[in-house]
Design a protein around this ligand. Structure first.
Ligand code: MRU
Length: 353
């Protein structure tokens, strides 16, 4: 193994005994894999962001529920399925915003119901194949997003990105980074600016790290520097990932994304959201209906610092995501094509493909 991108973000171990992840909370100082055997370990790994990013969470949950199902000892379908559903509800409760988690668990659920007349051993085998298929599809989806995204960019462009929507958030290529990786294959020589992404620093620890590790020209900036680099003319496009796209195009992504969209609009810079179709949730009418996860105050006041950085007892508000209004989004890049406003129409077309 040579670099971080040679590791699988999420995989099954060789004997199908556990889910193996890279513990992303340890990056970039240490590449450490974790093996997840039981439901609590899986729930914790997602909640603690050891595995994170919407597509990766979906794959981890699919592989996780396969491993848990394998351990259900019964010949009765009803008993098997009741236990499956309790695991599903438990894993789904780990993080509320990224729709990919429930989407992947629902795909696994459908495998159970479609095969209910088969022996339990066959259902377990079908679950294994589905979890592997979800992962394989994710790789293809991200590459296709990359191809569409690249049509919107020119060699030498400056690209701003926020959080980590890279390989570490998916299985390969990432979403927002896919056009960057594909551009690199073609010698486009992009200049990427990565927001550090307070409070958990996914941009600094993960995006800057993964792009830098493969020789992409990446510059790390603090979140509050986006306007400065835009005003200097260094940014020709913003590319971000997303955790849930509502039917009207409102998009939840890492906290701070909507500020960048507003500033990009001010400087007339296109703001692109990269979204697997699985992240588009037509059952959610608009951004107001998206459940935004709130996380512990310590992430803002002390995590990542040697000593506490805020007065003891101060009030803290720590939403993990925000919603970018659809009016600020230039286009949503999916594996089925590029959706443009009005999104309430174009997303319907994308979802029907
Ligand atoms: O809290 P995180 O690190 O899971 O947040 C991740 C993001 O917001 C990503 O931008 C999003 O999941 C898209 S990943 C392709």
């Amino acid at each position: 193994m040579s670099g971080i991108l040679d590791y699988e973000t999420v995989e099954l171990d060789d004997d199908d005994n556990c889910v193996v992840i890279i513990d992303q909370t340890k990056l970039p100082s240490k590449i450490e894999q974790r093996r997840l055997y039981d439901a609590k370990e899986m729930w914790d790994a997602i909640y603690l962001l050891q595995v994170r990013g919407a597509p990766a969470i979906g794959v981890a949950a699919a592989m996780g529920i396969y491993i848990l199902s394998k351990g259900i000892k019964t010949d009765s379908y009803q008993e098997f399925y009741d236990t499956f559903v309790s695991y599903k509800d438990y894993l789904n409760s780990s993080r509320p915003t990224a729709v990919n988690l429930l989407w992947a668990l629902n795909r696994m659920d459908k495998i159970c119901s479609d095969n209910q007349d088969k022996p339990i051993a066959s259902i377990k085998e079908a679950l294994r194949r589905e979890a592997q298929a979800i992962k394989a599809e994710d790789i293809q989806v991200c590459r296709t997003i990359g191809r569409y995204g690249l049509t919107l960019l020119k060699p030498g462009d400056g690209i701003l990105t926020h959080c980590n929507a890279g390989q570490l958030a998916a299985c390969k290529y990432g979403t927002a980074t896919a056009p960057i990786y594909l551009g690199q294959e073609k010698g486009y020589r992009f200049r990427v600016f990565a927001d550090e992404t307070r409070p958990l620093l996914q941009g600094a620890r993960l995006t800057a790290y993964e792009l830098w590790s493969v020789g992409i020209d990446v510059t790390l900036i603090c979140d509050n520097m986006a306007a400065t680099v835009m005003k200097k003319g260094w940014i020709q496009a913003v590319l971000v990932g997303c955790d849930r796209v509502a039917a009207n195009g409102d998009t939840a992504n890492k906290i701070g994304t909507s500020v960048i969209a507003a500033v990009a609009r001010h400087y007339r810079i296109p703001f692109y959201v990269c979204a697997p179709a699985a992240t588009i949730d037509l059952d959610t009418p608009d951004g107001a209906a998206i459940h935004i996860e709130e996380r512990p105050a310590e992430e803002v006041t002390e995590m990542w610092y040697e000593t506490r950085m805020a007065p003891e007892g101060v009030k803290v508000f720590n939403p993990a995501f925000d919603v970018t209004d659809h009016e600020l989004i230039t286009a949503i890049i999916t594996e089925h094509g590029i959706a443009r406003p009005p999104f309430s129409e174009s997303l319907l077309t994308i979802k029907s493909r």
